[in-house]
Design a protein around this ligand. Structure first.
Ligand code: NDP
Length: 256
């Protein structure tokens, strides 16, 4: 029960990596605030989380707060409701994200803004609001980036730029907050089987071909699972990584 007594806020908890992280951290004793846009999915994830025994409060099941992360009022409400409910925050997992295909020749400014607002600006905003609470608990921040933040890949330009920005955000925030006892790291997954392709408009058949190709582009010969990324998030969020900050940790099966 490594996370007993800890309050963890996870964005994008309604699907994929965020949902797997919620389930894992609840098993490890965390009290959870789960946010996303799809209430039905959030309820389903919550029902699959362990009920966490509490010593002094009624909050044994996850708090669900729906919200659109590109909406500033929603971001404020997500943080406010978490603090009102639990009275503290120990871990922020900035996981929500979207992807579109597109190169410099065919990515519109609107698409660029949508990706940057979701994958980077909302992270900046939520983290900014969370920091005073994380300083009080000497907490941790885990950002879910991508191998696309570390390496260039053609045809997903805005996504790569958003994740590279997120990695630099991770490094800078880590240095700024280290003197206050707050750590900040990112996990950089390779291809991971989730619902992410649906936001890109990729059809199921195309996605299956893409997953098949990933057997060749990942040294371990397969794409990753959300559960594998969740374990890396738990490592970076907890005391097992107590001397790690500012890291961008690939969880990518040897993507090449
Ligand atoms: P999913 O599509 O399965 O999950 C994305 C989550 O983000 C959903 O819970 C979704 O909420 C939420 N979300 C997206 N946009 C918004 C928004 N504007 N406001 C609020 N919530 C939002 O994808 P993954 O689990 O794969 O993605 C999680 C993270 O992992 C992302 O940052 C992604 O870039 C990163 N990643 C994924 C990889 C992969 O191959 N899957 C590889 C590398 C990195 P809802 O559904 O409720 O709208």
């Amino acid at each position: 029960m490594q996370f007993a007594g800890k309050v963890v806020l996870i964005t994008g908890a309604s699907s994929g990596i965020g949902a797997a992280t919620a389930k894992l951290l609840s098993k490890l004793g965390a009290s959870l605030a789960l946010t996303g846009r799809n209430l039905d999915n959030l309820k389903k994830v919550s029902s699959e989380c362990n009920v966490v025994p509490q010593t002094d409060s009624k909050t044994s099941t996850p708090l669900i707060v729906t919200g659109e992360l590109t909406n500033e009022n929603d971001v404020k409400a997500i943080l406010q409701k978490t603090i009102e409910h639990f009275g503290r925050l120990d871990v922020l997992v900035n996981n929500a994200g979207i992807i579109f295909s597109g190169s410099i020749e065919n990515t519109s400014l609107d698409q660029y803004d949508q990706i940057m607002n979701t994958n980077m600006r909302s992270v900046y905003h939520l983290t900014m609001l969370a920091v005073p609470h994380l300083v009080k608990t000497k907490g941790t921040i885990v950002n879910v980036s991508s191998v696309n933040g570390i390496r260039a890949f053609p045809g997903v330009l805005a996504y790569c730029v958003s994740k590279a920005a997120l990695d630099q955000f991770t490094r800078c925030v880590a240095l700024e907050l280290a003197p206050k006892g707050v750590r900040c790291n990112s996990v950089n997954p390779g291809v991971t089987v989730t619902n992410l392709h649906k936001t890109s408009g990729m059809q199921q058949e195309q996605y299956e071909q893409f997953l098949k190709r990933s057997q060749e582009t990942h040294a371990l010969g397969r794409p990753g699972t959300a559960e594998e990324v969740a374990k890396t998030i738990a490592f970076l969020a907890g005391d097992d990584s107590s001397f790690i900050t500012g890291a961008t940790l690939p969880c990518d099966g040897g993507r090449h």
